[in-house]
Design a protein around this ligand. Structure first.
Ligand code: KIV
Length: 268
């Protein structure tokens, strides 16, 4: 029987110096792939705003959508550590609203943890959630829900002040009870320092090789997203090309009357 991945499993991996793998995805089938190959953690990321819904950024993602997709991912990856992203607006209004929404996500979807973006300003929320028994994953560096404030995607931590802030906020989030931290778009040496300073696992995306683990969006890593390829994305498959080849072959066979053949018909 495959063992359930828990917070303790991930902590032990960090302690042993074993890298943690995480994939962000939104549906049952791709979550099942993650389950079958033993990806440690599956994130139902609010990147679904762009990747699934075709929107410009993550800001339009709703709590209902996160609940819907998290249920599907949970079904596909029953033994993986599944994390649901708290969407923009679901935790910033008040600590009470944040707890209410996070508890709803946990109760309705069965995910293991919720993730929320931000530093010092979310510390009281993380603390309250941890006290309430909710496992929380933090997210520092470039935080896409603040894209309008950043003015676009940006590497965070090249300047001394930003660097000190990331270090300070990482420690604050850990002290508040966060069980894991995602670091996005920060220089490798800063990731190294944060990972060494914290006891909790640090998962990087565009944060170099020194994090305790890595996360990529499924659709990026299988090459389904053709329009943009950030520097940190590695395509392990030419997915879009292969899918389009299959679609063209299907279209051609239907148009030429070659599909369905006898093999695909209920005759006899
Ligand atoms: O929304 C998402 O998929 C994420 C990861 C890229 C870290 O937050």
């Amino acid at each position: 029987m495959v063992k359930k991945v828990t917070v303790r499993t991930l902590l032990r991996k960090k302690e042993r110096g074993e890298k943690i793998t995480m994939v962000s995805t939104y549906d049952y089938l791709t979550a099942k792939f993650c389950e079958e190959v033993g990806i440690d953690a599956v994130l139902v990321g609010d990147s679904l705003g762009m990747v699934f819904k075709g929107e410009e950024n993550t800001l339009g993602v709703t709590l209902e959508e996160i609940v819907y997709h998290s249920k599907a991912v949970r079904r596909g990856a029953p033994t993986r550590f599944v994390i649901a992203d708290m969407p923009f607006g679901s935790y910033q209004i008040s600590v009470e609203r944040a707890v209410e929404n996070a508890v709803r996500v946990i109760k309705e979807t069965g995910v293991d943890a919720v993730k929320l973006e931000g530093g010092e300003e979310v510390v009281p929320i993380v603390k309250r959630l941890a006290e309430a028994g909710v496992a929380v994953v933090g997210h520092l560096g470039f935080t896409p829900q603040k894209v309008k404030v950043f003015g676009g995607a940006k590497v965070v931590g090249r300047e001394e002040q930003e660097r000190d802030r990331v270090l300070k906020e990482a420690a604050l989030l850990e002290a508040a009870g966060a069980v894991m931290l995602v670091l996005e778009a920060v220089p490798s040496d800063l990731t190294k320092e944060v990972s060494e300073k914290l006891d909790i696992p640090v998962i990087g995306i565009g944060a170099g090789p020194y994090a305790d683990g890595q996360v990529l969006v499924f659709h990026d890593l299988v090459g389904l997203v053709e329009e943009i390829k950030p520097k940190f994305v590695k395509r392990y498959l030419q997915g879009a090309k292969l899918f389009k080849e299959a679609l063209r072959a299907y279209k051609e066979e239907v148009e030429k009357g070659l599909f369905p053949s006898e093999e695909h018909s209920y005759d006899g």
